[in-house]
Unconditional design. Structure first.
Length: 113
């Protein structure tokens, strides 16, 4: 979608530090991390938000990519997945945050993603 920053990352128009990519999913580093590991998992298809998901869209590729990364990074013992919505969502392209490792500060990470 035009003017969507995550679509531009998917298209390769905007740069990102990619961690994982397949036909359906792109995972890249958050430009403003609040934890040692702070990745964004998003579908290549533009979907605006969690509330726009319906039966025509499968979350399974995002789930499987995330499981793979959790295993590769060996963070099974402590990780967070965060979906922001409504006023807490700043980029209107579906994504969840994968957070792990040392937090950048001691505040509640749920208020900082
Ligand atoms: P939210 O929509 O609130 O779930 O969060 C969007 C996240 O995207 C924020 O944590 C930003 O730091 C991050 N972000 C915004 N632009 C970029 C970018 N160009 N590359 C990587 N991360 C980004
Ligand atoms: Zn988009």
């Amino acid at each position: 979608m035009k003017d969507c920053i995550f679509c531009k990352i998917v298209e390769g128009v905007n740069p990102a530090k990619k961690v994982y990519e397949d036909d359906d999913v792109l995972v890249f580093e958050n430009i403003n991390p609040v934890a040692e590991i702070h990745l964004l998992v998003c579908p290549k298809k533009h979907i605006e938000s969690f509330l726009k998901i319906d039966e025509s869209f499968s979350l399974t590729p995002m789930v499987e990519a995330t499981q793979k990364i959790i295993s590769e990074k060996n963070i099974q013992e402590g990780y967070k997945l965060v979906f922001n919505g409504g006023k807490y969502q700043t980029v209107p392209h579906l994504h969840w945050h994968l957070l792990a490792g040392k937090l950048e500060d001691n505040e509640d990470v749920l208020n900082k993603t």
